[in-house]
Design a protein around this ligand. Structure first.
Ligand code: TRP
Length: 460
């Protein structure tokens, strides 16, 4: 009895937006999902992994693995109605297992910190591109110039540090002050606007000389290019793009009203996120081939190819500038979902205020960001496991921690939680429920294990 009262109290005090609406939730999760992962990361990872076959595997990972994980995160979050760490501890106990499940969420907090440390640096590049686009330097830039402009920026660590600091400061300020209304407003403008700009660019790209080559690179699968490593990259990218594996969506799920259909909501988010990623690639690759760039060029790909796609367009300077402004905002709404779990955890465990917790966790992330900043200049020659510090942090988080987090979250939802609880959250034990349960019990865990084993060389 006492325990229940305590629970009740905790539930209320943690709920910021009491039973938020379906639209509010979709906007928050879409805001978290749509960001640099779609527009910056997906095209360059696809390019590094050979295009077509990778894209197919990516789509399969999204539909068969990421979608069930997304549903699990939402249902766990809504059932627990707390921060991810407290939710996993509470449900672990309630479902007759152990509070130790909270460790899944604690490790996830650190994964979020690591991801945001480089995410914020790339968001800083995006911010720095706003004045560049505005100045018109891309208007007559050759492909060579575009490459040099990007290199000059990443070489100049002081400028990147300033931009990274501005971006982190904005993220911390929003987290400290509460951001519900900001996110709803920002996302409902930014996502449709980005979508429109991408469609505009895609249509223009159709008449470019590299269009056919770009599209066939992207959609014509060449399975000889596919390795287990690429499959793991596809899986990691699916988790990254949908903000899965660190309880970010679980944190939002805590605010979702009980009347909302998790299946429909999750599907809507998956469709929107995937459409934007694929559209971004449809814009980038024709520009890559038109300008004789190398699709496997890595993290600079979008920053070089995109400005060139605005070439000779009426109002090109205006559109290019708007694009980088919108992308900065999209990155900001994603960054909130990365910082939130850590801040919620510190607030619950140390009695600090939200502002103090945001400064503390945000400060650690800001400092960690310098590892990424220096990976492109002072420490570019420094190699660990054959990669720069940035590549190591990215690999560790996207390809190891996120799939692992997703694995345990799904196992928890499908094997530990009892049928009644999960069926209750997913709207009864109908066909959709059975499908979710089958996928979550078998396809997701086995799929993740097989892909990880394959990539680490266990399977020949
Ligand atoms: N999904 C975001 C993007 O595509 C990045 C992101 C936000 C994220 N929150 C996350 C990635 C949580 C992993 C986990 O840009």
């Amino acid at each position: 009895m006492v325990k229940q009262e305590e629970n009740g109290k905790e539930r209320r005090s943690f709920l910021l937006g009491h039973g938020s609406t379906r639209l509010g939730f979709i906007l928050a999760v879409t805001g978290s999902a749509v960001g640099l992962g779609n527009i910056w990361k997906f095209p360059y990872i696809a390019g590094q992994n050979g295009g077509g076959a990778f894209v197919l595997v990516y789509l399969a990972c999204v539909a068969l693995i990421a979608l069930p994980v997304l549903m699990s995160e939402i249902l766990i979050g809504r059932r627990g109605r707390r921060s991810p760490v407290a939710t996993m501890a509470l449900l672990g106990e309630e479902e007759g297992s152990s509070r130790r499940w909270q460790w899944v969420a604690i490790v996830a907090v650190f994964a979020g910190i690591l991801i945001l440390s480089y995410y914020s640096v790339v968001a800083g590049w995006t911010l720095a591109y706003v004045p560049k686009a505005l100045s018109g330097i891309f208007r007559d830039a050759s492909a060579q110039d575009a490459v040099l402009i990007f290199k000059a920026l990443t070489d100049d660590w002081q400028s990147v540090a300033v931009a990274h600091t501005v971006f982190m400061a904005a993220t911390i300020a929003l987290i400290a002050r509460g951001y519900e209304r900001f996110v709803e407003k920002a996302v409902s403008f930014v996502v449709p606007a980005l979508l429109l700009l991408l469609i505009l660019l895609a249509v223009r790209g159709m008449s470019s000389s590299g269009f056919a080559e770009g599209i066939s690179y992207l959609f014509k699968p060449d399975f000889s290019m596919l390795t287990w490593r690429s499959v793991l990259h596809a899986l990691g990218q699916a988790f990254f793009s949908l903000s899965l594996g660190i309880g970010a969506v679980m944190a939002y799920g805590a605010y979702l009203s009980n009347q909302t259909s998790i299946t429909k909501t999750a599907s809507a988010v998956v469709v929107a996120d995937t459409a934007i990623a694929v559209l971004a690639a449809i814009v980038i690759f024709p520009a890559v081939f038109t300008n004789g760039l190398n699709p496997a060029d890595g993290p600079g790909l979008v920053f070089v190819a995109l400005p060139l796609a605005f070439h000779e367009m009426a109002g090109g300077v205006f559109f290019a500038t708007s694009f980088f402004v919108l992308l900065s905002f999209a990155a900001l709404t994603s960054a909130l979902g990365l910082l939130e779990p850590g801040v919620a955890w510190v607030v619950e465990h140390s009695g600090r205020t939200r502002s103090q917790a945001a400064m503390l966790v945000g400060g650690v992330i800001w400092a960690t960001g310098f590892a990424t900043i220096f990976s492109f200049n002072e420490l570019a020659g420094f190699r660990l496991f054959g990669g720069t510090l940035f590549e190591n942090i990215d690999y560790l988080t996207s390809n190891i921690l996120l799939p692992l987090g997703g694995f345990f979250i799904t196992v928890f939802a499908a094997w530990v939680m009892c049928r009644n609880s999960t069926a209750d959250e997913l709207g009864g034990a109908g066909n959709i429920y059975r499908l979710w349960r089958f996928f979550s019990r078998w396809v997701v865990p086995v799929g993740i294990l097989v892909i990880c084993a394959g990539a680490s060389g266990v399977i020949a």
